[in-house]
Design a protein around this ligand. Structure first.
Ligand SMILES: [Cu+2]
Length: 109
């Protein structure tokens, strides 16, 4: 009985190890998944505002890069769609007191 139990533990441990290796590997492959969104951010009044937003975004899982800088109001965020979405990105920004919406280019006539 004791041997059967330790064998079970041994198997479970190895299974977990193999599983976490697979997950790590998957993460490497997934890092190629990128999406880009243009956001219109309002309410920034100085460079501190843009760096606050940049700092908050960089702490979020799934944010790959942003080009936030003051002055300006349309910024490009590159993110991993499996970890964060447009709503999650904007929520991070509005929580800081800024306005955020997807930037839609006005079509030329
Ligand atoms: Cu500011």
């Amino acid at each position: 009985m004791k041997t059967a139990l330790s064998l079970l533990f041994f198997l479970a441990f190895n299974f977990a190890a193999i599983n976490s290796f697979a997950a790590n590997n998957e993460a490497l492959v997934d890092s190629s998944k990128k999406e880009t969104i243009k956001l219109s951010i309002s309410g920034m009044t100085c460079g501190g505002c843009s760096s606050n937003i940049h700092r908050a975004l960089s702490k979020k899982a799934g944010i790959i890069s942003d080009d936030l800088a003051y002055p300006g109001n349309v910024f490009t965020i590159v993110y991993d769609p499996e970890k964060i979405d447009e709503e999650g990105i904007c929520k991070t920004i509005t929580k800081l007191g800024f306005g955020c919406e997807e930037y839609v280019a006005v079509e030329e006539k």
